[in-house]
Design a protein. Sequence first.
Length: 201
Amino acid sequence: MDVREQRVSFVVTASRREQSFAALCQEYGISRPTGYAWLSRFRQDGVNEIAERSRRPLRSPGQTAPELELQVVAMRQRYPDWGARKLQVLLGRRGLELPATTIHRVLLRHGLVRDADRSQAATQRFERRAPNELWQMDFKGPLRRGDQLGPLSVLDDHSRYLVALQQVTSTSGEQVREHLEAAFGEAGVPEAMLMDHGTPW
């Protein structure tokens, strides 16, 4: 039987009082509070109120205000190829500070995210077979406001182990070499390293 039929059967049987309420709830696989709720709805409003009620809240105080959503939608329509992070920058310049995740949810609600824009799940992991086959090295973004340079990061491609994460004062080759030599002494020398075309390398 479907959910509505099951509930009607339950309240009819409960109304007959032919067995204990606890036993009846156990027979239908529901808790006693749920059973009392069904029975109460049935007694107040009849059979029509036995159907499943929506659990959606009547109000969503955390949802973005409609006038803000309109600005997000208008910006997306002006720049249809831009995602939430780029739109966040443009909206911020207009004084509208919204997290990128909020902007993305607004775009989803309004059907403005194409299937091609959605992140596709990776079908294969691209990683080396064993540690020290390949290290990846790069400078990260500044950690604190006012910093000109972020830390030097060296990552093992297989294990994702952070071989080195060192704050540096410049991108000079000398500092990079110093931290790399320390990493070699601690973790061994990798078979290969991957980095961009920056001057320190």
